[in-house]
Design a binder for this molecule. Structure first.
Ligand code: NAG
Ligand code: NAG
Ligand code: NAG
Length: 362
């Protein structure tokens, strides 16, 4: 029945009621001061918790932001995260073993590569390849990880963590724009995709005019390939400068600029995409070995081959592509397996990721 068919007094009441409902609902979902606009200086202005609003419909902050030597280690519930450089970044991942990102996105904690800030540390050997890139508008890390080391289910295709309260109270800082390694800028716009043993984490310079566009957070079902197109390679550790990506979801078709609209979950699986994202050019990539970059994490207890990617004789079987490369699936970069083949895998991976993408609240 259309609204026009209803008696006008009824429709006015209905509209009023739904407006009230929406207002109440909005109030319960988001704090009066949205987390995204709360500013805290690091390290001097960090509160115990950034988000203490009891009306949050999704519950209260599960960890804390004030982190120090007493909180550091594998029990840490620190939710203050950093993205500074190839050797100094954190990822959002679950506090408890064997978790799915979709079940825990509100409560993820910071897992970092550098001790000294009260967080958990990414276990040695977990990181299998990482590319750090600084561009005019953001810094980004993209990489490969054995995600079981950071409490994720082995084949979890994962999902998106972002500024909108995933996790609740999560704060992100970077030294990328402060002029020194001790000068931290609070990052307001950021997104971090975790899943399929891959990750991408982008932190947009708050001084940039387009921070909200580059760190867009509405495309939670289409992973790193579309949100952070990149040429990161498994087994390679490198620090690069690069051009900006296009805004996620924005592409050019027949000379016209088009904005992709991600379909609602209720419409089912996203089985095809109307565009291939452009992978921006990188420059002055400096290669490192895992051992030199992540020395602070210690020596892996697993075989060294799995760390550097050079010693593994395992054929890349079909199992790895069915296994996932889920929501975080990285771009179809030209790798040693051959560009075309890699492209095919990339596309399949992103579809598989979309198929298994679970329900995300944001
Ligand atoms: C260390 O962090 C914990 C957890 O946030 C906090 O309760 C404690 O007061 C902090 N200690 C200091 C000395 O800041
Ligand atoms: C700042 O951090 C970068 C990346 O970790 C490091 O290469 C550089 O040596 C540091 N600079 C100083 C002055 O410590
Ligand atoms: C990355 O390389 C390691 C070591 O060869 C391998 O075990 C892992 O499955 C690869 N990750 C992905 C996502 O392909």
């Amino acid at each position: 029945m259309s609204l026009a068919a209803l008696p006008s007094s009824f429709s006015r009441v209905a509209v009023l009621l739904s407006a009230v409902f929406l207002a109440v609902n909005a109030q319960q979902t988001y704090p009066a001061t949205p987390l995204a606009s709360k500013h805290f200086a690091y390290p001097t202005g960090i509160p115990y918790q950034a988000d203490t609003d009891p009306t949050l419909i999704r519950g209260v902050q599960s960890g804390y932001n004030l982190c120090n030597s007493t909180t550091e280690g594998d029990k840490s519930l620190c939710q203050t995260s950093f993205l500074n450089s190839l050797d100094d970044f954190c990822l959002w991942a679950p506090p408890k073993a064997n978790s799915l990102i979709a079940d825990t996105e509100g409560e993820e904690v910071a897992w970092c590569t550098k001790p000294g800030r009260g967080t958990r540390l990414i276990p040695p050997g977990a990181l299998q390849g990482v590319q750090f890139m600084k561009t005019p508008d953001y810094v980004q890390v993209v990489g490969f990880i054995d995600q079981t080391f950071i409490n994720m289910v082995a084949d979890d295709s994962g999902g998106e963590l972002d500024l909108r309260g995933n996790p609740l109270g999560g704060l992100v800082y970077s030294t990328a724009w402060g002029g020194s390694n001790d000068s931290y800028t609070q990052v307001i716009e950021w997104h971090n995709f975790m899943g399929g043993n891959q990750f991408c984490f982008k932190a947009c310079d708050p001084a940039g005019a387009n921070a909200a566009n580059f760190c867009q957070h509405v495309y939670d079902r289409i992973g790193c390939m579309y949100n952070a197109p990149n040429a990161a390679q498994n087994g390679t550790f490198e620090s690069c400068l690069g051009e900006n990506q296009d805004f996620p979801g924005v592409y050019t078709e027949n000379g016209a600029v088009v904005t992709y609209k991600q379909p609602a979950e209720s419409l089912g699986v996203i089985s095809s995409m109307p565009y291939q994202p452009r992978v921006p050019a990188s420059s002055s990539c400096t290669p490192f070995t895992s051992a030199s970059v992540f020395a602070a994490l210690g020596t892996p207890t697993t075989t060294a081959g799995s760390v550097t990617g050079s010693g593994s004789n395992k054929p890349s079987s079909g199992a790895s592509s069915t296994k996932g490369s889920g929501s975080a699936a990285t771009s179809p970069s030209a790798t040693s397996t051959g560009g075309a083949e890699a492209l095919g895998v990339g596309i399949v991976s992103s579809v598989v990721g979309v198929v298994f993408a679970a329900v995300f609240l944001s």
